[in-house]
Design a protein around this ligand. Structure first.
Ligand code: AMP
Ligand code: TRP
Length: 352
């Protein structure tokens, strides 16, 4: 028995009684695409008007779990911030900041490294995928990546976390860490049990060249994705070249089964126009791709071109990005500091 921490208390611990807070982040590693926009950025923007405070950060500390060229890392951090702003996040409403500008993320992550168990991290599928065949050559940071993610979330006592399907397991680990901390230190209800928000047709956008592979920045074919830096002509051309099939669109969502490309293009249409796949099929059922694709291209251009144009404008004016990040970092520190101070007291660190 090496785990000498207290056994879990049997009766249900009192529930968290704090206010709603929404938080999410994107890693500062490379180009963003339509999948990131529909699965993350657009949803963050919708969540800034719910009445609950919204925290959105650039995960530069997570990015360095694999090697990053220092000069590029700074540019990538600004690029993610530019995407947040271009997608419509308003720095007056949402707190937008670089993770590394708030030292409390690292402080809380260390304490959580001492709460999480090796067995829990051994189960994380993202580490297995990212470390591949060379586990022993991966950084230790890559292994404890989900612990830092738990610190990101719980430092702000976030209650809701909008993420893609792939982050579900990390959210479960966050909940386990919160429960174990509250239990081990006799602080019932101190940390909340954050809920993942995974909804809508845009949570899993697939490649435009292969409906069974996720749209990804690591796909060697640029035609497989729409980049957030593509101009209107490029966006339209990529939709027109997107893989489809010879059949007409069905009348029902079930009719899309076994037709991954058709399913993906219909989901993209639904996500871009804030509707459901059912509604898209009610309009286009019975039509072939010869008529659907031009409509989708037009929709993609009218909704994406303003975002990609704004993104290019911001990238040419880093001072504007930096101003937004500085304001956000200040506000994030104000929220985070009292929480980490309290945690250090709970853990028994010297108070001076
Ligand atoms: P990543 O670029 O993988 O770090 O992901 C950043 C955010 O975008 C996360 O919330 C992901 O879940 C989301 N995301 C990434 N790829 C896709 C995709 N193909 N479809 C929907 N969401 C995605
Ligand atoms: N791991 C997340 C991703 O790859 C990024 C991330 C880091 C995150 N910390 C977070 C997401 C906290 C939500 C909350 O997409």
């Amino acid at each position: 028995m090496t785990d000498q921490t207290p056994a879990p208390v049997a009766p249900a611990a009192p529930a968290y009684a704090g206010p709603r807070r929404i938080l999410s982040g994107i890693q500062a590693s490379g180009a963003l695409h339509l999948g990131n926009y529909l699965g993350a950025l657009k949803r963050f923007t919708e969540l800034q008007d719910t009445g609950a405070p919204l925290f959105v950060f650039v995960a530069d500390m997570h990015a360095i779990t694999v090697w990053q060229d220092p000069e590029k890392l700074t540019a990538q951090t600004r690029e993610i911030a530019a995407a947040y702003l271009a997608a419509g996040l308003d720095p007056a409403k949402a707190t937008i900041f670089p993770q590394s500008a708030v030292p409390a993320h690292a402080e809380l992550a260390w304490i959580f490294n001492c709460v999480a168990r090796l067995g829990w991290l051994d189960r994380m599928t993202q580490f297995k995928e990212k470390s591949g065949k060379h586990k022993e050559r991966s950084s230790v940071g890559l292994y404890t990546y989900p612990v830092l993610q738990a610190a990101d979330i719980l430092l702000y006592k976030a209650t809701e976390v909008p993420v893609g399907e792939d982050q579900k397991q990390h959210l479960e680990l966050t909940r386990d860490i919160a429960a174990k901390f509250n239990n081990d230190f006799g602080a019932p209800g101190f940390f909340p049990q954050p809920e993942p928000l995974i909804q809508g047709p845009g949570t899993r956008v697939m490649s435009l060249r292969d409906g069974s592979a996720k749209m990804s920045k690591s796909d060697p074919s640029d035609l497989s994705r729409i980049n957030l830096t593509d101009d209107a002509d490029t966006i339209a051309a990529k939709i027109k070249k997107a893989k489809s099939d010879m059949d007409v669109l069905p009348d029902t969502v079930e009719g899309l089964d076994g037709r991954p490309e058709a399913k993906n293009l219909v989901a993209i249409y639904a996500a871009l126009s804030d509707t459901t796949r059912e509604a898209v099929l009610a309009e286009f059922g019975g039509q072939g791709f010869g008529s659907f694709k031009p409509k989708l291209a037009e929709l993609a251009v009218t909704s994406m071109a303003p975002v990609t144009a704004e993104m290019r404008r911001l990238m040419a004016d880093p001072a504007e990005i930096d101003r937004a990040l500085a304001v956000g970092a200040e506000r994030a520190r104000e929220v985070a500091q009292p929480v980490v101070d309290e945690v250090k007291k709970i853990v028994g660190f010297w108070q001076g």
